[in-house]
Ligand binder design. Structure first.
Ligand code: NAP
Length: 323
């Protein structure tokens, strides 16, 4: 492998966790590359408004990600805009293979690949995706101005996105499977105060119906008695959590039953020199500030690890042959 392709740290994923790791790794003078297949920022690019990142009472998700990226770039960060095909752990170094065929060697790899919105897995969902079924209010809300939509879920995402949609749509029904929301109290209060929003409690979407190539309604099921009813609707926005993007996680990295990576409090996985940060990790809450904190922790821990590796390599170089 060419020496130019040997890095101290390879960061896979350019969301808040990856970019924060890049900032700390660059400041620790580690030879660092960040690989991101799309645009920097990850999921937060889809957030209309972020109100809980310290220092910003209100900032757009795309703007916040741009600020993270600019901060990391200010230290001369190397970035590769390509998909990663595989991560192969090794004893001497780890190898990160890019889809284009190039291989990068690294003492440490920081996995920051985030998660993907979870699907309802009901009839009509896949066929009507992009035709009234959406997982991003900021991306698609514009098409539902003056219309009636359903938001599915009872967490922070469902409430936040529902509130965003209420600015555009005529009516937003929040469909939740229980009789209490999971979302933070401030969001619950805002939903209750938003006259364009109405919560349909103890309800799930059993089917999404189509007419003229688009969503025309849903079949709702009451979770208490199983009774079903049809409801006409123009669009459905689904926010029922998400799954980790764990396709690249090498065998040997321990995960929980849902696929989230298990780490110690330094974000170290079960493989020395491989770290996981942000939404990929098993954790109590998923927040931008937590992903950023993970990035910091993983980079500081990686710096210590890389220093140890280099010291070990230097000693073995100095030893007489045969020892
Ligand atoms: P979440 O907190 O896991 O909530 C998912 C919601 O969807 C829950 O209410 C759940 O119901 C419901 N649900 C799950 N599977 C379902 C199914 N098959 N059918 C119907 N309903 C289903 O996910 P999230 O809202 O995406 O939030 C993820 C994390 O990001 C959380 O830690 C959250 O705090 C954080 N977040 C924070 C902010 C913010 O602070 N600004 C914004 C967005 C997200 P149950 O309640 O019955 O389980």
């Amino acid at each position: 492998m060419a020496t130019g392709d040997m890095y101290d740290v390879v960061i896979v994923g350019g969301g808040p966790g990856g970019l924060s790791a890049a900032i700390y790794a660059m400041r620790a003078a580690l030879k660092t590359v960040l690989i991101e297949k799309a645009v920097p920022g990850g999921q937060i690019n889809l957030s209309d408004s972020v109100e809980n990142y310290p220092g910003f009472t209100h900032i757009g998700g795309a703007e916040l990600s741009m600020r993270f990226a600019e901060h990391a770039r200010s230290y001369g960060l190397t970035e590769i805009n390509e998909e990663v095909a595989a991560i192969e752990p090794g004893l001497e170094h780890h190898t990160v293979r890019l889809a284009g065929g190039r291989a990068l060697a690294a003492h440490a790899v920081i996995l920051a690949t985030g998660g993907t919105p979870r699907k309802l897995k009901v009839p009509g969902e896949d066929a009507l995706y992009g035709k009234g079924v959406s997982y991003c209010a900021v991306c698609d809300g514009f098409f539902f101005r003056g219309k009636q939509v359903i938001v599915v879920g009872g967490g922070d995402s469902a409430c936040e996105e529902g509130l965003y949609l209420a600015k555009l749509a005529e009516k937003v029904y929040l469909v939740h499977r229980r009789d209490a929301l999971r979302a933070s109290m401030i969001l619950q209060q805002r939903v209750a105060a938003e006259c364009k929003m109405e919560v349909l409690w103890n309800s799930v979407v059993a089917e999404i119906k189509e007419s003229n190539g688009g969503v025309s309604g849903v079949r709702l099921r009451d979770t208490r008695n199983g009774q079903e009813r049809d409801m006409p609707i123009d669009g459905i926005f689904i926010f029922i959590g998400f799954d980790p993007n764990s396709q690249l996680i090498p065998a040997g990295v321990r995960r929980n039953v849902d696929g989230f990576v298990l780490t110690d409090d330094q974000c170290s996985t079960a493989i020395p020199g491989i770290y996981a940060v942000g939404d990929l990790r098993e954790r109590y809450a998923r927040q931008i500030v937590l992903a950023a904190a993970d990035g910091c922790m993983a980079a500081l821990s990686a710096a210590h690890y890389v220093e140890g590796r280099k010291a070990k390599d230097a000693v073995s170089c100095e030893l007489p042959a045969g020892l």
